[in-house]
Design a protein around this ligand. Structure first.
Ligand code: NI
Length: 144
């Protein structure tokens, strides 16, 4: 007899995605000097781009009927429809509702993406979103 238990068990599945977007970090309530001191190069008035890498983690119990936590094709299409279609090749400050009045830092972008995805997932599933602004700078929401 196999010693492998029948389950049920919890597991995480991951899906990576990618988008390019431009942004400018500034607080309209501050003067130029304070914006430049706080945001540095990201305060460039003519905007600049990043190649954002997104990692979506969905955690939950494997459905014994399918052997899956969530259908990966469905998750891929959800990220495409909710995130890539909205932000890819956009100027986040000028082209998106979400960042018209919200500073498009990695922290805020990650938080927004979580809230765009969350309503579409079964409440029993946990969602974590990690966003890489560069290979070395990244954020995760909710904080682990
Ligand atoms: Ni930047």
């Amino acid at each position: 007899m196999s010693k492998i238990p029948e389950g049920p068990f919890r597991i995480s599945v991951f899906r990576r995605a990618h988008f390019n977007a431009a942004h400018r970090l500034y607080n309209p309530a501050w003067d130029e000097a304070r914006n430049e001191a706080t945001f540095g190069l990201c305060n460039n008035p003519n905007y600049h781009g990043h190649n954002y890498e997104l990692e979506v983690r969905v955690t939950g119990e494997v459905n014994p009927e399918t052997g899956m936590v969530v259908d990966m094709k469905w998750l891929k299409e959800l990220i495409r429809d909710q995130v890539e279609a909205r932000f890819d090749h956009k100027n986040l400050n000028l082209d998106t509702e979400e960042f018209r009045h919200r500073i498009p830092t990695s922290e805020n972008i990650c938080f927004v993406i979580w809230h765009l995805l969350r309503p579409h997932l079964d409440p029993s599933l946990d969602l974590h979103v990690r966003l890489y602004e560069t290979p070395r700078n990244y954020v995760e929401y909710p904080a682990p």
